[in-house]
Design a protein. Sequence first.
Lengths: 411, 421
Amino acid sequence: MPTALGHLRICDFTGQLAGAGATKWLAAFGAEVIRIEDPVTMGLWDILRPMPPFVDERRGVDFGGGFNNHNVEKYGITLNLRTERAREILAEIVKRSDVVSENFAKGVLERWGFGYERLRQLKPDIIYVSNCGFGHVGPYSDWKTWGPIVQAVSGLTFSSALPGQPPAGWGYSYMDHTGGMTMAIAILLALLHRQRTGEGQWVDMACTDAGLTLTGTAVLDWTVNGRPSRREGSPDSNHSEHPAMAPHGIYPARGEDDWIAIACRSDADWSALATNIGAEWARDARLATLAGRFAAQAALDARLAAWTRGFEKYALARELQAAGVPAAAVAKPEERIDQDPSTLAFGLWPTVKHSKIGNVRVDGLPVHLSKTDWKMERGAPCLGEHTELVLGKLLGMSPDDVAKLRAEGVV
Amino acid sequence: MSAAANRGAQPGEGALSGLRVVELASEKCAWAGKLLADMGADVILVEPPGGDAARNYGPFLGDQPGADRSLYWWHHHTSKRGIVLDLTAEPGRARLRKLIAGADVVLEAEAPGALAALGLDYPDLSRGKPGLIHCSITPFGRSGPRKDELATDLTVLAAGGPAWMNGYDDHSLPPVRGLGNQGWAMGCHYAVMSILTALVHRGVSGEGQHIDVSMHAAANVTTEVGSYGWLVAKQTAQRQTGRHAGSQPTMPSQMKCADGRYVNTGVPPRKPAEFAKLLAWLRSLGLEERFPEAVLLRLGAERQTIDLSKIGQDAELTAIFGAGREAMNFIASQISAYDFFLGAQRAGLAVGAILSPEEAFEDEHFKARGFQVEVHHPEHGRSFRYPGAPYAMQRGAWRISRRAPRLGEHTEEVMREIGEA
């Protein structure tokens, strides 16, 4: 199958998920993504390199399971940018690249002498995409973030809560995922702009900006109606005020920490659910209308929970689906990965071959393109795994040249 | 928009100008259409007679319902043109075909099989038009064993894994979904990435294609260690209050401050320099005397290195590490959430105030980045402030070119353009 992005080369400084997730996408569609890593600190610009989970007892910068997940299909080289020679080599790589991507703190690349002005001198149509928590402009631009901080500051943590409880937030770095997606979108937009006009550019991306776009309806309720999200009884995020649905929530099922999500979009959905419940309380005429169900929502939730508690979550979800009511078991990782025929049929968990870890499954991509689909076969690069290959292919260096650079502490 | 975020931006066309997208209205793909429209694509939103259901989603302007008053609608359909076509009847379908004949991209979220039944699916539309890119967003993908399941944002997030990750230490409380239709957003982000990737490919090859986006799959690969903890090590992450779910319990990192608001205290100090900064901050607040373990912070600051792997074995180091976290919690209990955020960040410690959406929007940082943009609503004779750009592009920049379309606002205009007036 032909690749969509096989004609592109990315000079990639990204790390963690917020950056590496972006170039994972590009690599899966065939772009030549060359990770530049620091040999002196063993590639620990990316703190995930040695971090769990691990497939077995082996440890070290080549064994981190998250790092492998986020860096499949990329190449990895080392350059000690403290040395003049490494900076010369980087300049040569930049000249041969379409994109330079990074998610360092503000100013890191500039300090090495590779700010946008320099990049542009080396390659006039270069696309430089920087991605940091607060961006490169604004009063907080020197401050540090990681996913949960971005989520806190952009309104997302606040917006995930049960009434009367502290914020539940997101139990993972949702904005590292979404920051990576937004960065990939920015890179692709800049590539399309270059395709059309020949112009390169610097894109300043801030994960907190991206996060704040995701609570837009709440922002408009504030700017247009003056209604804040911080008010009595709000947020109440398992319920659905907009669009108005009731009952709507996550209810207990039989079993240990088993739950089922149910959403009644309409009076018809409720009627179907009520028929399924079959009890007197469910036939109460006051519950037949949305307004009635909203007014009685707390009591309705309690009644419904007492009923759902008696059922196995997948069996009940199937039964409600058959009755025309949107319902789904709250899936545990093992259930959605190993037992859900739909993720398996989609090919969502490809097995890649990592040079040291061996065969291991990773997150695939949730899309299929009919003519240029993605592919994940190679695992993440070990530290410096492709230094010889890349410097040889790109700059015509021989293995002896690279050995000499290694002896001199350049790579 | 204000100059800051698009500093150096050249006025003119967006990165996608010249591109025509036909979007079949659905709440499931609305966000993807907005991302394309705000980049300059001519997105033509096709609604059925009477309008798309989401026009009835609150909140409403002045809390008065009405097809053109939904703020949900306003947010998700900026920069688009809107037309009404009755696709249940052949004349409407013929007009849609004609419209698509002049378009580059079709974006839709119809149930699997629905477009094929109308003769409007990718094989029909791309006949004689090999450059067409057709993106379908569906809850479970266009094929596969669950393709016909009914779904809402909540059920996608429940079935796909994110809900399992979010909630509280107390597992008698249910898992929690975050607000804002994030399940739809996940699918839409992947849809936009796919469409742009296909456009890059078309730019090189001239070839279009069909894109099949599964929202359930999107949620599945958007749970960080929730997925790869199981894939790699068969570990099941367990939800915890306000912090990452983990296969092993971790210390709380969400604190209530003196003003009753919350902060995320981040990763506690781990380096000697961070202990020094924390101690200095404690002193500057006049709180050192009231925190007896300050002496441990000093010991941390004086160490050459701190080996985290020795925590639990080296008693002094364990005490130092614990004192760092305790000091953060103690300071939080003494000052407001916002002051904690500013003070800690100025001290070089990555923490965050847990802001509501409106508090974030009004924050000086986002204002300085030009994140607040004014969008004019001519029929109301005024402008409203909207969320701004997710990325600050210098060229081909992001811009809301117009407010969301009123029902049928551009039907005549667009029909004229395709010779159907």
